[in-house]
Design a binder for this molecule. Structure first.
Ligand SMILES: CC(C)(COP(=O)(O)OP(=O)(O)OC[C@H]1O[C@@H](n2cnc3c(N)ncnc32)[C@H](O)[C@@H]1OP(=O)(O)O)[C@@H](O)C(=O)NCCC(=O)NCCS
Length: 158
């Protein structure tokens, strides 16, 4: 299976929002405050994606968007693979590209936050060589102000 990476464009909004919405539930239900779950409605993902397109890289399998990453500065903000492309190497390609972008942004270390209870994602990062550096509260951005989420900070030297 060949995975192609490219910068996201406006036409990808629907695919990215759909993967983000589906994956957010998988990684976060039961792992973040109920208050945040109530705010992260289905519509909220479609509202947030257009402004994030410049930070987004998509992975294509054939013509289909199979996953995406969002990178800002030295932070890998989001890593998401659609349900039917998990366990297939798409995530590895995206995470490697995210680290490459952080390096291109002038940093020698990348970081990301993962919800403490998101064990599948944590195992994936650890298998990929990322180091669990600390537990901390990540301020999830909402229109009602930040909501602290129990997370772990993972880092990798690049
Ligand atoms: C986190 C994520 C990007 C990792 O990608 P992935 O393709 O699942 O990664 P892996 O191939 O390493 O598989 C991870 C685990 O799921 C298992 N798995 C793979 N495909 C699976 C499938 N279709 N169904 C169930 N389990 C599966 C793997 O065997 C592995 O299990 P292990 O950790 O017990 O060994 C992806 O799971 C995802 O998008 N999750 C939802 C969004 C999310 O939580 N993102 C991270 C936010 S910080």
């Amino acid at each position: 299976m060949t995975v192609t990476l490219r910068a996201a464009v406006a036409a990808d909004v629907d695919a990215v929002a759909s993967i983000w919405y589906g994956g957010w539930g998988d990684g976060h239900f039961g792992n973040v405050p109920d208050e945040l779950v109530a705010i992260r409605t289905k519509e909220s993902f479609w509202e947030r994606v257009p402004a994030k397109i410049p930070d987004t890289t998509v992975a294509l399998v054939g013509d289909e968007v199979a996953g995406f990453v969002m990178v800002v500065g030295d932070e890998v903000e989001q890593v998401y693979v659609s349900g039917d492309h998990r366990g297939s190497g798409v995530a590895d390609a995206l995470l490697a590209e995210a680290a490459r972008q952080v390096k291109a942004n002038g940093h020698d270390q990348a970081w990301l936050a993962v919800a403490t209870g998101n064990t599948r994602a944590r195992r994936f990062y650890e298998r990929s060589g990322w180091i669990d550096s600390e537990a901390f509260d990540y301020p999830a951005v909402t229109d009602h102000g930040p909501i602290p989420v129990s997370c772990h900070r993972y880092v990798i030297k690049i």
